[in-house]
Design a protein around this ligand. Structure first.
Ligand code: ZN
Length: 109
């Protein structure tokens, strides 16, 4: 079965957005994740950490949102509250800088 390019891009994007190196916690870039096997039943990817070089095998048995992914990805997203919005509003009202400064400031919070 030929590799489905759209499905391949979907799973690579998912890994880049949701998974990090199990050794050092670094995020993956799209170029760090390659499809090693796609037999139509499972899609096996290999992600190589850009920071420490540790490889991680990821196996997907289904399509987005990938409930049958190994290793399991737990998405812990709590709902945004009104207090969160108010806190961000105050923070952004007094913030001066560009996007890089904003990302650095968020990293320190
Ligand atoms: Zn790493």
């Amino acid at each position: 079965m030929p590799i489905d390019e759209r499905g391949t891009n979907d799973i690579i994007s998912f890994v880049v957005r949701r998974m990090t190196c199990q050794h050092c916690g670094e995020s993956y870039g799209a170029d760090d994740v390659k499809v090693a096997l796609d037999d139509g039943v499972q899609r096996v990817l290999m992600a190589i950490c850009p920071n420490c070089g540790t490889g991680q095998q990821i196996t997907a048995y289904d399509q987005p949102p990938y409930h049958q992914l190994v290793p399991v990805v737990r998405v812990d997203v709590s709902p945004i509250t009104e207090a969160d919005v108010i806190a961000w509003r105050h923070f952004l009202a007094s913030f001066h800088g560009d996007l890089s400064d904003l990302l650095l400031a968020m990293h320190d919070v």
